[in-house]
Design a protein around this ligand. Structure first.
Ligand code: HEM
Length: 400
């Protein structure tokens, strides 16, 4: 199939199996891991589907995140960029300095310290689920609230304001609302984060915001309110929907594969491996990472010219047989692979250790406490997030 206006075929978006990448991507990768494609915005750009080529691009200094067009949207219009502290929308050298500041707080040690609290949050939600009884929607009961409670902990949101914080965080992520409602939620979030920053300035605690407040800005003085709000807002957006989608979709996949779930139940020490295979197999950033070339770059035998846009299709790359043998086999006993679910290069996910800890605790505890957990509807009745940046399930009715 070819797009009449541009000549390049459209990027595949339709999945015949909800747990596998869109149909046709494997053929594209086999024929040409770096090729031209037409994107939902109507623009033609480079599509990278090979594991090696995706990694080479994501670590190459000749690409910027400041793309002129948003290829995966219908209108192609790029949203306003928040500025310093927002990482996802910053290039080096500004990105390098700001990321270094935030990375100081994302140490493995600090993340491990969160473990007991994460376990308590998960236990509380599972207690509530048990008390209510099935069938229940696991997305609303577990997948959505747990990540927002964890972020509240990380930010030091006072206990009495957590319901409001959670409410706003969820309103930001909703898709069944118009742009005005999302904008309104954004304003409420800005207000809440501003208040939080002022409170932490007045009475510092043992949380991430308080730690950032005491840091020196390499550009002089201390980090200002704008930086702190941009950093907190980006962290919230980057952490919440992603982790929620992985919990919902991960549970759906495990329940759909009783043989793999049985292996995990027999040997809970497989949880680390299982989470890595879930991350690879689902690679929920389903549209890939967008970049624009800032110089001419030779990649996979083609020249990408300065100013041309590129999509690093991490999902296609994680199913490259040159990267993992038999990629369509979901196998939690695989040796953990350097998958691209958290991206690669300068912008690789800063919260990946936290995400791993959350997912390990959630799946280990869920399947231990609910040994008879099963889907309450057939898999083909589930609604999947085909048209959203992060793939997942809208609802996951379960019973036990
Ligand atoms: C399973 C859950 C998660 C997934 C799949 C995920 C995925 C990703 C990916 C693919 C990127 C790279 C984007 C790009 O290259 O354009 C990224 C960046 C980022 N993630 Fe995550 N993420 C997850 C959880 C989290 C959590 C829990 C946090 C924070 C607490 C977080 C914070 C960030 C931030 C701040 C960035 C931007 C880093 C930068 O630009 O330097 N993420 N994430």
């Amino acid at each position: 199939m070819t797009d009449a206006a541009t000549g390049a075929p459209p990027v595949p978006r339709t999945r015949s199996c909800p747990f596998l990448p869109p149909d046709g991507l494997a053929d594209i990768r086999a024929a040409a891991p770096v090729t031209r494609a037409t994107f939902p915005s109507g623009d033609e750009a480079w599509l990278l589907t090979g594991y090696e080529q995706v990694r080479a691009m994501l670590r190459h200094p000749g690409f910027s995140v400041l793309v002129p067009r948003a290829l995966n949207t219908k209108d192609g219009v790029v949203a306003e960029r928040p500025g310093r502290g927002s990482l996802l929308w910053q290039d080096p050298p500004e990105h390098t300095g700001d990321r270094r500041l935030l990375a100081k707080e994302f140490t493995v040690r600090r993340m491990q310290q969160l473990r007991p609290n994460i376990q308590r949050i998960v236990d509380d939600h599972l207690d509530a689920m048990e008390a209510k009884g099935g069938p229940i929607d696991l997305v609303q009961a577990l997948a959505v609230p747990v990540p927002s409670m964890v972020i509240s902990d990380l930010f030091g949101v006072p206990v009495d304001r957590r319901p409001e914080f959670q409410d706003i965080a969820e309103a930001m992520m909703r898709v069944d609302q118009d742009a005005e409602a999302t904008h309104a939620a954004g304003l409420r979030l800005g207000g809440l984060l501003y208040q939080l920053v002022q409170e932490r300035r007045a009475a510092p605690g043992d949380d991430l915001i308080s730690a950032l407040i005491t840091m020196d800005d390499p550009e002089g003085g201390q980090l200002d309110d704008m930086f702190l709000m941009n950093a907190a807002g980006t962290l919230l957006i980057a952490a919440h929907d992603t982790t929620a989608c992985m919990i919902g979709m991960g549970a759906a996949l495990l329940l759909d594969r009783p043989d793999q779930l049985a292996l995990l139940r027999q040997d809970p020490s497989l949880i680390g491996n299982a989470v890595e295979e879930l991350l690879r197999y689902l690679t929920i950033g389903q549209y890939g990472a967008e970049r624009v070339a800032t110089e001419d770059v030779e990649l996979g035998g083609v020249t990408i010219r300065k100013g041309e846009q590129v999509i690093a299709h991490v999902l296609a790359a994680d199913f490259d047989p040159a990267f993992v043998p038999d990629p369509e086999r979901f196998d939690i006993t695989r040796r953990p692979s350097p998958h691209l679910a958290f991206g690669f290069g300068a912008h690789q996910c800063i919260g990946q250790q936290l995400a791993r800890i959350e997912l390990q605790i959630v799946f280990e505890t869920l399947f231990r406490r609910f040994p008879t957990l099963q889907l309450a509807v057939p898999t083909d009745q589930l609604r999947f997030r085909d048209d959203m940046v992060f793939y997942g399930v809208h609802e996951l009715p379960v019973t036990w």
